[in-house]
Design a protein around this ligand. Structure first.
Ligand SMILES: Cc1cc2nc3c(=O)[nH]c(=O)nc-3n(C[C@H](O)[C@H](O)[C@H](O)COP(=O)(O)OP(=O)(O)OC[C@H]3O[C@@H](n4cnc5c(N)ncnc54)[C@H](O)[C@@H]3O)c2cc1C
Length: 328
């Protein structure tokens, strides 16, 4: 008999009402149902009132809150210790950790502490006759492999944040809420965060319309065309990674494997080639429109509407046409 499925999130880093957390819990619920075990939610850092509502909507059996002051954003040693102590006590079969910049290094450390297997960059997870099957990206997202975890082997799964769309359950029962006592007296953080990343404004993850620019824009000054079209359409400007690396736009606006996953109604990609690592972040869009000078560009395989042409000429036309249409 395998142990519970535990989804593990960090308060203040993973908003308890967010799509990323909802998606991780939905995935956890599906695995738990396949295995006939409970879904538990380990909230590191206490959590907010929203956690109970989310837990109810996601069919979580119990919330386990760790409120020790040593646990929180950027406190990796304390988090690893707290999760390890919780896992030793509850013997989970699967631990799901939504991945981001801060949690990425934690999966292997937790697995090492509890003697579990670990699979990172997971895009899909299911149970097949008692064995966990994890589909995960490899080689920087260029390929995907299916990992089959041996029966009765606990596994830590690092889930690509936002890859699973949350689905709520009707009539979810009231989750039990437990405060978990952990002993972190021996923890002395070895890594100090001197400046935490911060960003204010609308999030790509919530956007309905995204206009994204890529290296095909040619020059930084042309990125303002992307921003203008986004503004006219009431959307958000975004970019492929090279533009972020060049410092044209903040990293919070990068779409892709190492950026954000977005599922807007409209995703307009200007001068973007359609590399796998980029498309991971936007294939959930309802409609993709691509502008590219190269008719063989990979992005056209994903686009419902494609314009073969120079985006620096076409974007001003789209801005003008959109303004006209909206004024009518
Ligand atoms: C581990 C790893 C993680 C990565 N993570 C990400 C990620 O999260 N997000 C991401 O975006 N990338 C990521 N990358 C990089 C990714 O592999 C690509 O290199 C990147 O997406 C390419 O960006 P691009 O399409 O803007 O540029 P390019 O690949 O250079 O493509 C530019 C495109 O513009 C077209 N073009 C040129 N001129 C014009 C013009 N005037 N008008 C219209 N079209 C024009 C070209 O035909 C071409 O298709 C990652 C790579 C690795 C190895």
């Amino acid at each position: 008999m395998s142990g519970p499925v535990v989804v593990c999130t960090i308060s203040g880093q993973h908003a308890e009402a967010s799509e990323e957390v909802g998606g991780a819990l939905t995935l956890g619920r599906r695995i738990a149902a396949q295995r006939g075990v409970e879904l538990q939610w380990l909230v590191l850092g206490g959590g907010s009132d929203a956690a109970v509502d989310t837990a109810r909507a996601q069919g979580v059996a119990s919330i386990h809150r760790v409120s020790d002051a040593k646990v929180g954003r950027g406190k990796s040693d304390a988090i690893v210790e707290a999760v390890a102590q919780f896992c030793v006590a509850t013997a989970p079969g699967v631990v799901v950790l939504p991945l981001d910049f801060d949690t990425r290094p934690l999966g292997a450390r937790v697995a090492g502490r509890i003697g579990a297997a670990v699979v990172m960059n997971a895009a899909a997870v299911s149970d097949s006759g008692g064995r966990l099957e994890v589909t995960a990206g490899g080689y920087g997202g260029d390929t995907r492999g299916v990992y089959v975890v041996a029966e009765d082997t606990p596994c830590v799964v690092g889930l690509i944040a936002g890859v699973v769309q949350p689905e709520t359950v009707d009539g979810g029962g009231e989750p039990a809420v437990h405060d978990v006592a952990v002993d972190l007296s021996a923890v002395d953080e070895r890594i100090r965060v001197v400046q935490a990343a911060s960003f204010e404004g609308p999030r790509l993850e919530d956007a309905d319309i995204v206009v994204a620019g890529g290296r095909g824009l040619g020059a930084q000054e042309n990125f303002k065309l992307v921003e203008q079209l986004a503004e006219v359409l009431g959307g958000i400007a975004a970019a492929s990674r090279p533009l972020v690396d060049e410092g044209w736009i903040d990293s919070s606006r990068q779409v892709g494997l190492t950026g954000k996953i977005t599922r807007p109604t409209l995703y307009l990609a200007a001068g973007i080639s359609g590399a796998t690592q980029h498309m991971v972040g936007c294939t959930g869009a309802k409609t993709i429109v691509a502008i590219n000078t190269d008719p063989t560009a990979a992005i056209f395989r994903y686009a419902r509407y494609g314009i073969v042409g120079d985006c620096v000429e076409i974007l001003p036309e789209l801005i003008r046409a959109s303004k006209e249409k909206l004024q009518r």
